[in-house]
Write a protein that binds this ligand. Structure first.
Ligand SMILES: Nc1nc2c(ncn2[C@@H]2O[C@H](COP(=O)(O)OP(=O)(O)O)[C@@H](O)[C@H]2O)c(=O)[nH]1
Ligand SMILES: [Mg+2]
Length: 373
């Protein structure tokens, strides 16, 4: 397992990202050895943290044999290079590159994979130039004339070629999408997807439902995603089966260049018949509010056509007054939506959500209910 250290440079107005970045890193298998924070008035132009702090970090990562240094902020190409140069063989990444790694681990469909590669290429495209500038600054013998010459132009040429090839492929895939939708319907099961920010309780909910319907015993539907299972529930003595998809989570403050990659991965949800939209109701009202508005905006942008049920989760630890305000806000943002106050952890009201899920799917899938017990 790769050993990682997370570095946060805190300024008076910056958002605290340490725990979010740590969870993301751990979710894709990094062994986080240390979290280092520095307080500064402004971030350092070259190294994000101060030069003294970076020396300290350098000593630590070499003593502890660390593989990856993750910055909780998004850094400029020039900063990444300058830090990389100081740190030598430790791989330096920023929040964006970490998020792309998260997407990479989750993406199943070719389209999402390509979109992620495209985001990475676009995001790192300017780095070749930065590298040359950097070499110029350090008076290193570089062996080429300057910007515009080899190898930057070579790098740029290769990157451009790859970018346009990916774009072509993506275009072709979008044309094919209709056929894919039809194939999904051929699976014969309605699809229910879980969406919401990371940490809102989707996986806890997913695991609970999957473990409660073990007898179905089918593996993941890899055509949909590695995180989908067939779930069986009963309502009025009728068995009802549907595919439950634990989708990719929303992440706060995504860089515009990686939003497409996120949206394509999320787009699979548009094929769902029902979307269970999770919100962590134990968070502060202003945070919940910001997240609800963002989710609504993104779901509109990708033109989601699934029915939606909002699950206000973690009511076992949420404050009664805040919960009421959250409920009001949800009604305002998602007009006419059904809201359930639940706890994925304790199981509270999960049955109610399932009952409604089945009734809502039932409208469209009446002919699919077959097994009477
Ligand atoms: N108290 C409480 N904690 C919860 C609840 N649901 C999830 N959690 C916790 O919240 C954290 C994130 O949950 P997870 O299911 O991984 O969220 P995901 O990122 O949306 O998949 C975990 O530590 C869960 O144990 C809940 O209803 N109540
Ligand atoms: Mg999860």
């Amino acid at each position: 397992m790769n050993k990682a250290v997370i570095v946060e440079c805190k300024t008076p107005k910056s958002t605290n990202r340490m725990s979010e970045v740590r969870i993301m890193a751990e979710s894709i298998g990094y062994n986080v050895k240390n979290c280092i924070t520095q307080q500064r008035k402004t971030i350092h132009g070259s190294y994000c943290v101060g030069p003294g702090k970076l020396r300290e970090i350098k000593k630590y990562v070499s003593d502890e044999d660390i593989d990856v240094l993750i910055f909780t902020r998004n850094l400029k190409g020039s900063q990444i290079f300058k830090i990389q140069e100081k740190l030598e063989d430790v791989n330096v990444i920023d929040r964006n590159l970490l998020i792309l790694e998260v997407f990479e681990k989750r993406a199943m469909a070719k389209e999402a994979k390509l979109q992620i590669e495209l985001a990475r290429l676009n995001y790192t495209f300017s780095w070749g130039r930065e590298l040359i500038r950097l070499k110029g600054i350090t008076h290193e013998q570089v062996g080429w004339g300057g910007p515009g010459d080899y190898p930057y132009s070579e790098y740029q040429k290769a990157a451009r070629k790859r970018i346009s090839k990916i774009k072509d492929n993506l275009k072709k895939m979008r044309l094919k999408k209709r056929t894919q939708r039809i194939r999904r319907q051929e699976l014969g099961y309605p699809i229910v997807a879980l969406a919401g920010y990371t940490q809102s309780g989707k996986t806890t909910f997913f695991n609970r439902l999957v473990s409660e319907s073990k007898e179905v015993g089918l593996g993941p539907f890899t055509t949909l995603s590695s995180c989908s299972r067939l779930v069986r529930r009963q309502l009025n003595r009728v068995n009802f089966e549907f595919i439950l998809v634990d989708s990719i989570g929303f992440i706060e403050d995504m860089h515009p260049m990686i939003i497409d990659a996120f949206e394509v991965t999320l787009d699979e949800i548009c094929n769902a018949d029902l979307l269970l939209l999770f919100v962590d109701a134990s968070e502060e009202y202003r945070i919940v509010s910001r997240k609800l508005y963002t989710m609504n905006k993104i779901l509109r942008r990708i033109e989601i056509d699934s029915k939606i049920i909002v699950c206000a989760n973690k009511i076992d630890i949420s404050n009664e007054r805040t919960l009421k305000r959250i409920e009001k806000l949800i009604k305002k943002i998602f007009v006419n939506v059904l809201i359930f106050k639940i706890s994925s952890l304790t199981g509270m009201n999960i049955n109610k959500v399932m009952e409604k899920t089945i009734l809502m799917l039932d409208d469209e899938f009446k002919n699919r209910i077959s097994v009477v017990v």
